[in-house]
Design a protein around this ligand. Structure first.
Ligand SMILES: [Zn+2]
Ligand SMILES: [Zn+2]
Length: 373
C-alpha cells in the first residue's frame, strides 16, 4: 500500500448538463477500498440522463473495467494487478435484502438513493479531489476517469485475457439484459420470447434467451438496422413495427401467427413510457411480461391486459449477483455463445463524450465505449 497521491483525468459533469475533461487528484485507498486504473468505460443512457438531471459536480460513468493499482489493509480477495469489472449496485452486505441474497436492491446503497441524492457514504469523497475538494462519483464509481477508488465489494475480478472494452459493458447493459432473462424471468428451453426494442439491452435479452434455449425469439423493432443486428444476435423472427402502430396491434397479430396463443415471455426494452403495457399485450395467459427499460412515468394500463394469470416483472440490474453472474457471462463469451465485442459499435477518446451521446441518441450505435490509455 502506498501513501502517494496520484494525478489523473476525469469527465466531470457540472450539474447543469455540461461536462468537461478535467484533472483530478486521487488519494490512496484505505480500509476495504481499492484503487482502480480504469481502462474502458461504457456509455449508457443513464449517463446521459444523470449528466442532464443530477446535481453536480460529479465524476460521470458507472460501467468500468480496469486494473487494481493499490488497496487498503482490509481488502481480502483482490490484489495489485488484478483485472476487475465494477458493479454499480454495491452491496452493504448487512441489510435485509443483502442478507437474503438480493444485493442488487440493497437497502443501504440502493441505486434509487443514487438517483435521488447520491449516496456519498460509501467511499469518502476526498479520495477523488477536483479543484481542491472531494467530489461525488456517479454510482460511487465514476468510471469515466483514469482512476477511481471503490469498495472491494464493487470490484469483481476477471480473467486477464478478457479485453477491457468488452469487459466494461458487462457491468451494466449486458448484465441487465441477460440477467433479466436468466435470473428474473427464468426463460425456459423451447419457450417463445418476444423482445420489444433491439437496442443495447434488447440485444442482450436476445442472446440471453438464445443461451436459455428459447425456440422462438421474436423481435419487434422500428429500425431496419436494428432488426438486422437482432438477427445476428440470435433473433428467429423479425417484425418491423410501423410508426403508426402505436399500440403494436399489427405487431401483436404477427406474434399470434407465430405463437398461436401469445408468447411465453415478453420483454419491453424501449424506454418509451406508452409501451409500459406492451409486454402484457404479447404474452399468453399465465405468461410473463418483463419491463426492463426503467420506465418510471405514470401511465394508464387497461387491467384486462393482466387477464389471466399473467405476471409483470420490473427487475433491477437483471437481479445481478455479480460474483456469480459476471464469471458466467465471461464463460459464455469465451465459448463464443455470447457476443461482447460485436456489441461495441464504436470506441471514443475521453474528450469525445458529446459525440458518443449523439451517436447513442440517434440510434447509430448499439454500445459505445470510452478508452482510457
Ligand atoms: Zn448503464
Ligand atoms: Zn445491503
Amino acid at each position: 500500500m502506498t501513501s502517494e497521491k496520484i494525478s489523473g483525468q476525469a469527465i466531470i459533469a457540472d450539474g447543469s448538463g455540461g461536462h468537461t475533461l478535467e484533472t483530478i487528484i486521487i488519494n490512496p485507498p484505505r480500509k476495504d477500498e481499492v484503487l482502480v486504473q480504469i481502462k474502458a468505460s461504457g456509455i449508457c443512457h443513464t449517463d446521459y440522463d444523470s449528466i442532464n438531471h443530477w446535481p453536480g459536480p460529479f465524476v460521470a460513468g458507472h460501467e468500468g473495467a480496469g486494473i487494481v493499482l493499490d488497496h487498503g489493509p482490509e481488502v481480502k480477495n483482490l490484489k495489485i494487478g488484478d483485472h476487475v469489472i465494477l458493479n454499480w449496485a454495491i452491496p452493504c452486505g448487512k441489510c435485509f435484502q443483502c442478507q437474503i441474497g438480493q444485493t442488487n436492491i440493497c437497502e443501504i446503497n440502493s441505486p434509487v438513493i443514487h438517483h435521488a441524492k447520491f449516496n456519498p457514504g460509501h467511499v469518502p469523497l476526498e479520495r477523488t479531489q477536483y479543484a481542491g475538494k472531494g467530489i461525488l462519483r456517479s454510482f460511487n464509481l465514476g468510471t469515466m476517469s483514469t482512476h477511481t477508488v471503490v469498495r472491494e465489494a464493487a470490484a469483481i475480478r476477471i480473467d486477464p485475457d478478457v479485453p477491457f472494452d468488452s469487459a466494461c459493458i458487462i457491468g451494466c447493459g449486458v448484465m441487465t439484459g441477460v440477467g433479466s432473462v436468466w435470473n428474473s424471468a427464468k426463460v425456459t428451453a423451447d419457450s417463445s420470447v418476444v423482445v420489444i426494442g433491439a437496442g443495447g439491452v434488447g440485444l442482450n435479452i436476445i442472446q440471453g434467451a438464445k443461451i436459455a434455449g428459447a425456440k422462438e425469439i421474436i423481435v419487434l423493432e422500428i429500425s431496419r438496422h436494428r432488426l438486422q443486428l437482432a438477427q445476428s444476435f440470435g433473433a428467429t423472427h423479425l417484425i418491423e413495427v410501423e410508426k403508426e402502430d402505436k399500440k403494436l396491434t399489427r405487431a401483436k397479430s404477427e406474434v399470434w401467427k407465430i405463437t398461436s396463443r401469445g408468447a411465453d415471455f415478453a420483454f419491453e426494452c424501449t424506454g418509451i413510457p406508452e409501451l409500459g403495457d406492451a409486454p402484457l399485450r404479447m404474452v399468453r395467459n399465465a405468461g410473463v411480461a418483463i419491463q426492463v427499460s426503467g420506465i418510471e412515468q405514470e401511465i394508464n394500463i387497461d387491467m384486462n391486459l393482466f387477464e389471466w394469470d399473467k405476471t409483470y416483472l420490473n427487475p433491477l440490474y437483471g437481479k445481478c449477483n455479480p460474483s456469480v453472474d459476471f464469471p458466467k457471462i465471461i464463460k459464455y463469451y469465451k465459448s463464443g455463445s455470447l457476443k461482447l465485442d460485436e456489441l461495441i459499435s464504436k470506441k471514443y477518446h475521453p474528450h469525445q463524450l458529446s459525440e458518443a451521446f449523439e451517436d447513442m441518441l440517434q440510434g447509430r450505435i448499439a454500445k459505445g465505449v470510452i478508452i482510457f490509455d
